[in-house]
Design a protein around this ligand. Structure first.
Ligand code: SAM
Length: 177
């Protein structure tokens, strides 16, 4: 089981909100807190939260590039973040790791989903994807796994699992030391 019984999950960058809806349906014991920087995305999250208000919490306005974004939050046991750090400046990854280090306790897990580069062994699809992203915004781009791992290690985590997912994506499971 990836999430502990009764987990309280903070999702960063929830987007449309479909991940929270899916996971809470699978796990009736967990609470899922939506958040996003984008107000349009929050509208979609609100719609899901209204359908399952006992498990899905109305979105928080969180921008992980803002210092101290983690302050004044309810206690959580886990953080989940999918498909954000490549479609945001590197400062978003820095802020995510910093805040996660402040919020989570020893043994707690942070789940980071998305594409990653592996130096010369990178998948061609992700090299093409990162070139496309950089054309759209030069500060975006698929991140090197070594850089992401180093960042989380600096903030008190270790990479516990690297799970291969479809279409050259990965689920990274970081645990707080
Ligand atoms: C590609 S979408 C991914 C949405 C969802 N997690 C998914 O996988 O479908 C990227 C999301 O990151 C959010 N985002 C970008 N920069 C952010 C930041 N600095 N803080 C919080 N969310 C951010 C965007 O608003 C958007 O919802």
């Amino acid at each position: 089981m990836m999430l502990p019984q009764g987990a309280r999950v903070l999702e960063i960058a929830s987007g449309a909100g479909q991940h929270g809806a899916y996971f809470t349906e699978l796990r009736p014991d967990i609470i899922w807190q939506y958040s996003d920087v984008d107000t349009d995305a929050q509208e979609s999250q609100k719609a899901y939260a209204c359908e399952n208000s006992s498990q899905l919490k109305l979105p928080l306005q969180l921008d992980v590039t803002q210092g101290n974004w983690w302050q004044r939050l309810e206690p959580i046991t886990n953080i989940y973040c999918a498909n954000m750090i490549h479609i945001a400046p590197w400062e978003a990854a820095l802020g995510l790791a910093k805040g996660a280090g402040e919020l989570l306790q020893a043994g707690d897990k942070l789940f980071l989903y998305g594409p990653f580069l592996f130096g010369v062994d990178s998948a061609q699809s992700n090299l093409d994807f990162t070139a496309n992203l950089k054309q759209r915004n030069p500060v975006w781009g698929v991140r090197e796994l070594v850089d992401v791992e180093e960042l989380f290690v600096e903030n008190g985590f270790y990479l516990d699992q690297k799970i291969t997912m479809p279409r050259d994506n990965y689920l990274l499971v970081f645990r707080k030391r």
